[in-house]
Design a protein around this ligand. Structure first.
Ligand code: ZN
Length: 132
């Protein structure tokens, strides 16, 4: 198991962690298996989408803000309910198959840590499991 540490710099930001995850897979030596990516936080999460055009994640951030606005009549006293809801909907983990020692990501796909209540120091747990 490996832990990638990400220092986010904004309140809301999507950080491309693909190269760090690839590095974990490479150093595991696993040729065929799966890679589990898990974010142990309640106001950050992980998703896979286009990494080639930065406007795509900008549009995702824009739409998440519209769907789940920061200010609304939420109950949670900490004042960051929107961050909890956004993370709950997007999800805390992803699984990617590994074949020939490589993640089977699509050509345009990247892995993003989504920060919704930064800036903070975040952890991403990466577990590489070998196919028997
Ligand atoms: Zn909270």
């Amino acid at each position: 198991m490996a832990v990638i540490r990400v220092r986010t710099t904004k309140h809301t930001s999507f950080v491309n962690i693909t190269s760090q995850v690839r590095e974990v897979v490479k150093s595991s030596g696993v040729n065929s298996g799966i890679c589990v990516i898990y974010v142990p936080h309640t106001t950050a999460c992980v998703f896979i989408n286009e990494g080639a055009d930065p406007d795509v994640v900008k549009d995702i951030a824009y739409s998440v803000e519209k769907l789940i606005p920061w200010n609304d009549s939420y109950a949670h006293g900490e004042g960051n309910s929107a961050a909890h809801i956004r993370s709950a909907i997007i999800g805390n983990s992803r699984v990617i198959p590994i074949e020939n020692g490589e993640l089977l990501l699509g050509t345009w796909e990247s892995i993003f840590l989504a920060e919704f209540d930064g800036p903070r120091e975040r952890k991403v747990v990466v577990k590489v499991i070998k196919e028997e």
